[in-house]
Each structure stands twice: as C-alpha cells, then as structure tokens.
Design a protein around this ligand. Structure first.
Ligand code: ZN
Length: 293
C-alpha cells in the first residue's frame, strides 16, 4: 500500500437542518416547517461560534428548501470560510423518491445553493444516509449532475451496511466516497457522531479521534447545528428510540465538543480530497518519470 504524506487533521461535516427534521411522520409532512418552531438561525449561530472557537472549517451539507427560507444564514456560513454542499432539496430519504425525482431534486437543490452563495457545490450527503435499499447505487448519477464526492454510505447496520469500507474510497465511476467514522466490530459497531459522540466516555473518544487525525483517515466528523441548541423543545409524538438518538446528551454538548475536538485540525471534505489527490500525483510522478526515461 502506498504511504501518503500525513498531517494530523480530520474532515468536518455539518448537516444543516432544523431540530424537528426527522425522516418520519409528523416531521416529514409538507407543512412541517409551519408546524414546528423555526430555530435554524439560532442553531447556525451556535455552530459557527463553535467552529470559530476551534479554528475549524467544515463542509455544511445544506437543504435547499431551508436555504431559500434562510438565505442570509447560508451566506454567513460561506462567508466564514466554510464549504457548502447539498443535503437534498428537502429532507426526504433518497429511497422514498423515484430515480427521476431524485435526479431532478439534486439538480434543483445544487442550483439553489449556488445561486445564493455564488460558490460551486460539489458534494452530496443523502438525508439519513439514505443511499441504501432501492437507492443503494444512485451514487452513479452524481458525477453527471456535477458532484465530485458523496458522504452518504454509512458502514453500519440499519443506516447502511457494515461491509462497506470504513475509509474513503473511489466508487467505480471515480466519485469519492467519504464514509462517516464508526467504532466497534460487527453487530456492536456504533456511529462516532450523534448520541454516541454525546454520551460515550470522552477519554475513549478523544483517543479514537487523535488516532484518526494522525492517520489522516478522511472520515468526516458529523454534527447537526441543532445538537448545540439546548433550548429546543422536546420532540412530540416520537418513539423512545428516536427520542434517545435525537435528544440524549444534548445538555452541555457544546462544551464537551470544545474539549473533545480541541487541537484537532478540522477541514472541509473538499480540502481533504484535494490534498489526497495531490499526494497521489506526487507518488505517481517518479514512477512516470522512470517509464519515460
Ligand atoms: Zn439530515
């Protein structure tokens, strides 16, 4: 295996959606934005503040319908030096759409985000890691729609497949896939984000994070801005499982992350890919020179 130059850093991703945007009723209804309190601007401020305190820049996977409701917030994210990528036109799971609708929603979503910030959108993450089930191979549509990378394939049961690689790789059409970090083996594999990042022992998480950063593993950290909003209402009408995954450990999470992530160089996914591609060229150049000499 080729050794690439390393420097301790990790990609950082933020899924830009509001606190109530679960992919299930009643939160996925067409009128959900009117039924639940709009707290996205507040959550955005908290996440921007966290990033500024940590000296971190990240890739924000954004919903186009929320960007149209909050264009000023989207611009503030971009103006702070972060990259904007697409999380969907709406927060509907990919496999709940037909292929033509999925394609059209990505086209319209990318255009809407680019119109607002003026910057190219080249990354995609499906809501709830939903490039699975009937949408499992829809990554093949992404390059022709103008995307260079995806971060939707979670190597986990339920949300994806534990057999999928745990490190970034290129899919057969050249698209980069940057899977989120997990820990554990087989049925005991857990995500390294959300409830696990909020509740797992800090010393254990910190050791894992330092190891991933030292390896320059390329597995993006995942944060939802609403996870920093301690004043959000309780989710109504949800199962115990949903409530646990959504709300457990929210109190003090901002302070916890400031300690857990301190000193790590956190960068947009685009930067990790660019550095990796440059390293690959540097490794390939002497080989090519030898062939031509
Ligand atoms: Zn989401």
């Amino acid at each position: 295996m080729t050794a690439f130059p390393t420097g301790p850093s990790l990609p950082l991703s933020l899924d830009w959606e509001d606190w109530y945007q679960l992919c299930c009723p009643p939160f996925d209804a067409a009128d959900a934005h009117d039924r639940f309190e709009d707290r996205l601007e507040r959550a955005t401020d908290l996440a921007l503040e966290l990033c500024a305190d940590l000296g971190a820049r990240g890739t924000w996977f954004c919903l186009a319908d929320q960007a149209r409701r909050h264009p000023g917030s989207l611009r503030r994210i971009a103006d702070a030096g972060h990259r904007i990528a697409l999380h969907g036109f709406t927060h509907a799971r990919a496999f709940q759409l037909d292929e033509a609708t999925f394609r059209a929603s990505l086209q319209a979503g990318k255009a809407a985000l680019e119109d607002i910030t003026g910057a190219a959108v080249t990354g995609f993450r499906a809501p709830e890691w939903s490039l699975r089930d009937s949408a499992e191979d829809w990554w093949r549509l992404l390059p022709e729609l103008g995307f260079a990378f995806d971060s939707s394939r979670a190597p986990l049961k339920v949300l994806g497949d534990p057999a999928w690689p745990r490190r970034p790789y290129r899919l057969p059409n050249g698209l980069w896939e940057l899977p989120p970090p997990v820990m554990g083996l087989g049925p005991l594999t857990v995500p390294m984000w959300g409830w696990a990042m909020r509740l797992w022992p800090a010393a254990l998480l910190r050791a894992r994070l330092e190891a991933l950063a030292a390896e320059r593993a390329g597995t993006p950290l995942v944060l939802h801005p609403w996870e920093l909003d301690e004043g959000q209402p309780r989710l109504p009408e949800t199962t115990l499982g949903h409530r646990f995954a959504h709300a457990a450990g929210l109190k003090g999470y901002g302070s916890r992350l400031r300690r857990l992530w301190r000193g790590l160089a956190l960068e947009p996914l685009e930067d990790w890919i660019r550095a990796r591609e440059a390293a690959e060229v540097r490794v390939a150049e002497p080989v090519l020179a030898e062939v031509h000499s």
